[in-house]
Design a protein around this ligand. Sequence first.
Ligand code: SAH
Ligand code: SF4
Length: 330
Amino acid sequence: MNLDELIYYLDGGNDSELFARSAAAKSQGVGNQTHPRGLIELSNICPKDCYYCGIRQPNKEINRYQMKFEDIVAAADFAHANNYGSIAIQAGEQQSPQFTQLITDVLTELQTRHSPPLGITLSLGEQTKETYAQWRLAGAHRYLLRIETSNEKLYYTLKPNTPKHLFNNRLQSLKDLRECDYHVGSGVMIGLPNQTTTDLANDLLFLKNLDVDMCGMGPYIKHHNAPLQDSKQSINERITLTIRMIALLRIMMPNINIVATTALQTLDENGYKKGLNAGANVLMPNITPPKYCVDYNLYDNKQYVDILSEDFNIEWGNLGDSPHYIARTK
Ligand code: SAH
Ligand code: SF4
């Protein structure tokens, strides 16, 4: 699809055709089953200052925590016992040797602890290529690093233009991850202040061009203690835009894994279901111990939905790898 077509569909040019095409692309590209990943929010310690994020370093009104090795392994045991097949480990962006080692130790332990081992996605921000390689070798095989927006100018309204936050570093990380042989995931936020439909269409072309194996994209939601202003779009507008983005990406990249995000579920009590219907095929239910996850608030009113209690067509006990990765590395 070209830029004009993408803008046409994003503007609501023909929803019935869009969703019919994405449903066909989904069943042909990845089938109709949903892959679960148990999400472990390992730490809310972060040295960065992303203006949209509730756990950014300057926010003094939260308790900082870091899960201990034993807690992390216990959460993974829970995922294994409940047949999740895969986990995702997410945290603020710590680059210390101690943190790198903790993750390496956890990954090493998890390779032998369960048989077969859980699939492991990391989402730990920008790291050196050496660190990415070390974690890959220790057993992580997927990595999620959202570009947030592919428009560099808009990017610097989301983050300060300082050495810690350079757009080019984020691009370099995505390249390094691919070279380290990860299944690479990226994505964007939808409904950012000053983001246009053309920006979103360009984001889709960016993801296609990057040849991602996975994607997580969801609506931007204001955090009361973060300086980025609220979205100019209503909740309903952001929900609609998000499911159109998912549907378009599914048509453009039929065999990648796409997440129906918690941010979408937070804005709409049927968000997971709408995301899956539009073309997503992954859910990431939170399995962080409650004593920690109350302090992992990226945005306000974050929702916790039990996917066991609803019919999401979950395929339990499987890795659910992206067919796109398998095809491109054959
Ligand atoms: N520190 C890592 C991972 C944790 S943040 C990183 O930044 O990559 C994970 C994702 O949460 C971010 O990529 C961002 O897209 C999303 N996020 C953070 N704050 C948000 C907000 N206010 N609204 C919607 N999504 C948000
Ligand atoms: Fe840190 Fe990620 Fe939040 Fe940025 S988005 S402040 S890197 S946790």
